[in-house]
Each structure stands twice: as structure tokens, then as C-alpha cells.
Ligand binder design. Sequence first.
Ligand SMILES: *[C@@H]1O[C@H](CO)[C@@H](O)[C@H](O)[C@H]1NC(C)=O
Ligand SMILES: *[C@@H]1O[C@H](CO)[C@@H](O)[C@H](O)[C@H]1NC(C)=O
Length: 434
Amino acid sequence: MQFAVIAFFLFPIFYTAFAASTPVCTNGFTLINSKCLRLYTTPSSYSAAEESCRSVGATLVTIKSANDNQAITTIVGSTVSLVWMGLYCLDSDPSKCLWDDSTGSAGIYSNFASGFPLVEIGKCVYYSVQGALAGKWVSGDCDNDPRAYVCELPYTIAGEYIKFLFVKVLIDVSDNCTYNYNGFCYSVHSSAPFVQAQEICEQECGNLASINSEMENRYVSTLANPWTSSDWVYIGAMFPRSNAFAWIDGSVWSYNNIGPSISPSSGYCAVIGNSKTSNYGFWVDTGCSNAWPFVCKRPAGTQCPQNQPTVTVTPVPTNPSYCNSTLLLAPGVITSPNYPQNYDNNLFCSYQLTTLGSYKILLKFSGFITEPNHDIVKVYNGDSSDKPLLGSYSGNLGSFNVASTGNAMYVTFKSDWSNVYQGFSAKFFSYSGP
Ligand SMILES: *[C@@H]1O[C@H](CO)[C@@H](O)[C@H](O)[C@H]1NC(C)=O
Ligand SMILES: *[C@@H]1O[C@H](CO)[C@@H](O)[C@H](O)[C@H]1NC(C)=O
């Protein structure tokens, strides 16, 4: 009797400790020796095989130990006899053969058949599943030797279970996010400015994606690809000043892939190159008001409450422009975004200036240069664009003044799709002149 009572209380606790956070594989991959592997039987060139793995965020399989090596035979079974693996040899020496996941060379562990690698035959490497060479690696012609292949994906974490009175209860629903990778769920969205993109990610209980390793960088850059033809995609990094970088999800800035085309003056928010150009996978800066597609990231196995409150992230330009500010009280300064650097294309900004009581507003432009007849500043005599237009300005105008007749002034700035300039800076004052 006493034993039964103890067992009744202890068993649930015991099971709970064992049941949390099971590693699982997504996309039809199978967990073998802590790796997610999948066999693709369609004979393909090495590059087509690599592309196919990339399209699901994977690499061709890498083999770092005898256990890993055995796993290939296990996953392939007797289906095919030769499969591409993710190793490319620059020379006929294992230490000159590099793993596709950027983790280095096969100098540490390799299992080449005798006489291999032999780059005269080919620089790519396949795995022999059967016969005398079973388990051995052999050089093959990357382009003219179509073969089956095995892809590898990091495992991820399923929802957490607890056992209560011997019944398995799912407390955190297993995550069916489409892009579940290495313990995180990713999602790709259509274009929005940076701050709005971050708000959308927060609605999913995530953030704009941070990227903390080479594998993750590959994954995020391939992930965005099938979704959008845009050359750039927002990630969750900000470059508030030159040489100061930060992930907005708070993760440590330990890995980066900042590209050669970065110019700390051009913007404060980071995008990753998404098209198959020289910028593919590299990060560069952009104006935060530009709308780009974006990638969100959240831990896998979490459930998001409805109507998640958002924490607004405000990019920190060195001088605030007050673009889209309502009710700015004189005196103050407004500028085009990024001033004195160039504004962006396809921009719209409004500024609502006010002063108290019986005062009027005097707006003094101290610098003004926009694309003539295309990028236009309009000043209205009142609190909206329904009020009379005081003036419409574009081109190289230098300094000039505009005055309201009442205590409100509404200013808009609109740039078109091409050609950007420095823009404008203007101080506004209360005054009681004529
Ligand atoms: C998982 O997907 C199924 C089918 O699409 C859906 O019915 C279910 O609600 C999803 N579960 C979660 C936790 O989103
Ligand atoms: C300012 O607001 C307008 C209208 O809400 C919006 O279309 C525009 O993109 C905003 N500008 C910036 C720079 O966010």
C-alpha cells in the first residue's frame, strides 16, 4: 500500500524529467546518430544535388566520424549503390578537401578508398554503399557523373511533453512551422519597412531573424529565395553608427557576414543578399524606411498568445528626421530621412508642425536639394493636405523661408522611383510677424 502511494507520486515526476525537448527532423528527414539525413534517388550532377539540398535548407551530407560514416549506409540501405556527399577536393589530399558546411577539411577524419582522392578523375566525392568499397569515399566528375545523393539538416526541437499519471500530455504543441531549423522556426514575409517588419515578427512571438552561424546564414539566404524575387531581404541587425552592430533579438554579435559593399553612411538597417549575384548571402546596410521582404525567427516549440503586445524598435539615426511625426511643437528641426546623407527612393513623409495660441509658423529651409520636378516638398497652410498650398518645391533651392497664417503647418515630402539627393533640413519657429 505504502509503495503504491509513493509510486503514484514519483512516476509522473520521473517521466517529466525525461520527456522534454525531443530532437526531431523536419522535411521528411530521418534522425540517425543526431543527424537528420535524407536520401534523394534522382541521379543528379553535384551542383544540382547541392542546389536541391539547399532548397530545403540542407547541405550535402558531411561525415566527421566513423559513426557518421556508418549512418550513410543506414539511410541509403540497398536502394542505390553510390551517393554524392558534401566534400570538394582542391587537390589529391584529404586535407585539401573541404566540407560543404564550411567546417573545414577532411584532414581530421576521412575514409577514402585507397588511391583517392584523385582530382584527375574529379573534384567531387561520392560514397560507395555496397561491394568491396562499401563505406569508402571515391572521387567523381562533378558534372558528368549523375548520382543519387544524401542531404543533411540540423535537427530541431519538438514540442514538450509531460507524463501525468502515466498519460502522455502534450503541453506545448509540436511545432508545425514550415521552416523549422536547428531549434528555431522561420517565416518569410512580403515587403515592409524595418520597424513594421519587426512588429509583424513580434506578433509571431519572434524577432527579425538574427544569424549566428555560417549554417544559419546559408539557411536564411536560401529560405528567402523561393519566396521573393527581391534582391535584398531584411534581417534583424542594425548598424546605428559605423562599427557598432547589434541584433535586435539581443543575441551576441559573434558571427557576421558583412559584405564588401557595406557603407556605414547609407543606412542603419541590415539586409541580406537574396539573388544569385556577388552579394548572395552577404549583409549590407539600407535605409530603414525602405520596404523589403523580411525573415522572422522564433524558438521552435513555443506557442504564441493571441494579440501579442509589440515592443517598438526605433532605428536610431544620428539626427532624427521626424518623418511622419504628428504635432511637432515649435521650435524644432525637420529633415528628409537620412539627412545629410541621401534620402531613399519611393519615400513619403509628412510633418505636422504646430505652435501655440495666436502665433504663426515660420519654416526656414537651410539646405534644399532634391530631384527637380520629381522629388517634391509641399507646404500647406494648416494642419493637413486639404488646406491651401503655400508652395511646392524641388531642385537645388538652397535657403528660403515659408510662413503660415495660422498656428499649424503641414509639410510633405515625396520622392519618386529613381535618383536620390541630400534632401532638406528646415528649422521651424513660432513668430508673430505679418
Ligand atoms: C498544425 O497543422 C495542422 C494542419 O495544418 C493544424 O490543424 C494545426 O492546428 C497546426 N498546429 C499548430 C500548433 O499550429
Ligand atoms: C509615412 O506614412 C505614410 C502614410 O502612412 C506611409 O505611406 C509612409 O511609408 C511613411 N513613411 C515612412 C518613411 O515610414
